[in-house]
Design a protein around this ligand. Structure first.
Ligand SMILES: C[S@@+](CC[C@H](N)C(=O)[O-])C[C@H]1O[C@@H](n2cnc3c(N)ncnc32)[C@H](O)[C@@H]1O
Length: 231
């Protein structure tokens, strides 16, 4: 999420209105969830590109890398905007949506019902529930995890103060959860990872992922895509 939004003293308009657009669909938002951001829409483009599906007029998608009916897991789903969009855009996919916050997952379930999106919601701390009876190993993992470093000098803390801390902040210069997710995904040999992070963090994340055996495939604005080379 961009952290240098314009200064404001009252609650964000999306909380006052109770909803926010994401990828052309309307989502209920409450202070239990992050307000979906425009930069996160490129997570959807990155996954559609992996699926070999057109996502922007005039832009040819890459070769299809995912199966026709991929299993997708959205970690830290919040309002459910990523998981629901992917379920709608890729109807043959099975989409899981997890969050550590029960309150957030309830909003994701409401949004899924509004959009008739067949997502499967699971309470989970990162990937702890993957490979259990709750959830199989996904083909592709998508995650917009908390990555804000409270020490960033450009941070507009007043603007972010209305959103849940658990949705925003992470230790280790904002990288602790992303690094932990990379560790877990590498251990599970998950084929594709699509992660959002601030562009100032990308170099460190690519270096860390490479040490764990993940290959960087592409960067689009805030979004990094990795693959696990298969033996
Ligand atoms: C930046 S918000 C993203 C919300 C939504 N995916 C979006 O893009 O608008 C991060 C989400 O991760 C969740 N989260 C934080 N720590 C987590 C953890 N350890 N495991 C799973 N989810 C976590 C938060 O509750 C929050 O909903």
């Amino acid at each position: 999420m961009s952290a240098a939004s314009s200064r404001q003293t009252s609650a964000p308009q999306a909380y006052l209105d109770g909803h926010q657009d994401f990828y052309g669909r309307d989502y209920i938002v409450t202070p239990d969830v992050l307000i979906p951001r425009p930069e996160t829409e490129q997570v959807i483009d990155a996954v559609l590109n992996l699926a070999g599906k057109p996502y922007l007029p005039g832009v040819k998608p890459g070769p299809r890398r995912l199966p026709h009916n991929p299993i997708i897991l959205d970690v830290g789903t919040g309002s459910g905007c990523i998981a629901i969009t992917l379920a709608k855009e890729l109807p043959a996919a099975t989409v899981y949506a997890t969050d550590i916050s029960t309150a957030a997952l309830k909003i994701a379930q409401k949004n899924a019902a509004i959009h008739s999106a067949p997502i499967r919601t699971v309470i989970s701390d990162l990937l702890e529930k993957v490979n259990t009876t709750d959830m199989p190993t996904p083909d592709v993992l998508v995650a917009n995890l908390p990555y804000v470093d409270p020490d960033w000098e450009w941070l507009d803390t007043a603007a972010l103060s209305y959103e849940p801390d658990i949705a925003l902040y992470a230790d280790d210069h904002g990288l602790s959860l992303i690094k932990k997710l990379i560790d877990q995904a590498a251990a599970l040999h998950i084929h594709y990872l699509v992660l959002e992070a601030d562009p100032t963090q990308h170099r460190a994340i690519i270096k860390y992922a490479s040490k764990k055996g993940l290959q960087h495939l592409e960067t689009r604005w805030f979004i990094l895509t990795f693959c696990t080379p298969q033996e």
